[in-house]
Design a protein around this ligand. Sequence first.
Ligand SMILES: *Cc1c(COP(=O)(O)O)cnc(C)c1O
Length: 299
Amino acid sequence: MPITLDIFSPIHRWQHPLFTEKGLNVFIKRDDLIHPLISGNKWRKLKYALLKAQAEDKNHLVTFGGAYSNHLLATAAAAAQFGFKATGIVRGEEVQNDTLFLCRLHSMQLIFVSRDAYRNKPALFEEYFGSDEQAYFIDEGGASAEAVQGCSELVNELPRVYEHLFCACGTGTTAAGIITGLQQHQLFTQFHAVPVLKNGEFMRDEINRYLTIPFSYQLHTDYHFGGYAKTTPELLQFVQNFIATTGILIEPVYTGKMLYALFDRAQRNHFASGSNILAVHSGGMMGLLGMKDRFTTIK
Ligand SMILES: *Cc1c(COP(=O)(O)O)cnc(C)c1O
């Protein structure tokens, strides 16, 4: 099948008494609606990698991730849709969960490797698929120059200028893409990157290495809630309130932390009255299902 996906990513308003009080217009770019599994930034990140693989006549996607990786699942679903074979090299001992079940359902082959071996991805690729001429390497999380190009296209879809734009960061590739898009359109939007990992200062280097022109932006390193996939009762309460009052599903690994950061900044008067603020909903619903047991306040 030709590699195109007609994407649907509308912009919805986030209404909240706090925003009314502060005179803020807050919107959410619904990249989560792009596809149920190739969702959000994962489609944007994969698009040009798939086109490149196809152009190089490779029909086997080989990629990497943890057992809960949204990228693994997105790759499995995209491979099935566009006629590629797929292998996922998974960090750690063999386990079963909903994400890996769905990967297998899409016929992705899974290879579990030790945490030690996992560190050297090119070596693993060489070991397992060095002699497979059809194999195409896609890095963990889909991080690549192609991914940056794909994510930059989000900015083409914006109907107006926003004073502020928020995005969650895992590898920082999506953030780098959106910044690149802002630069291409010569927009002076304040960009806010929210790392979801502890000690997120390193994210600045991760983002900057993809930028051809320097760009000034804010990195909010205080919203990791203990680290990657860690949560607190306060974060879970925020996620639950958000879902219950907007009808928009978010999860605590990425979008919950990013939206919490936006909300907290608004509470602390970091935005001028009249500001238009856009948050990117980067998808990731499987992350929510993997955390059912943490929502102990829901009876
Ligand atoms: C993968 C993912 C991210 C992180 O994107 P990076 O480009 O790695 O920074 C953010 N949000 C969701 C929902 C994701 O699945």
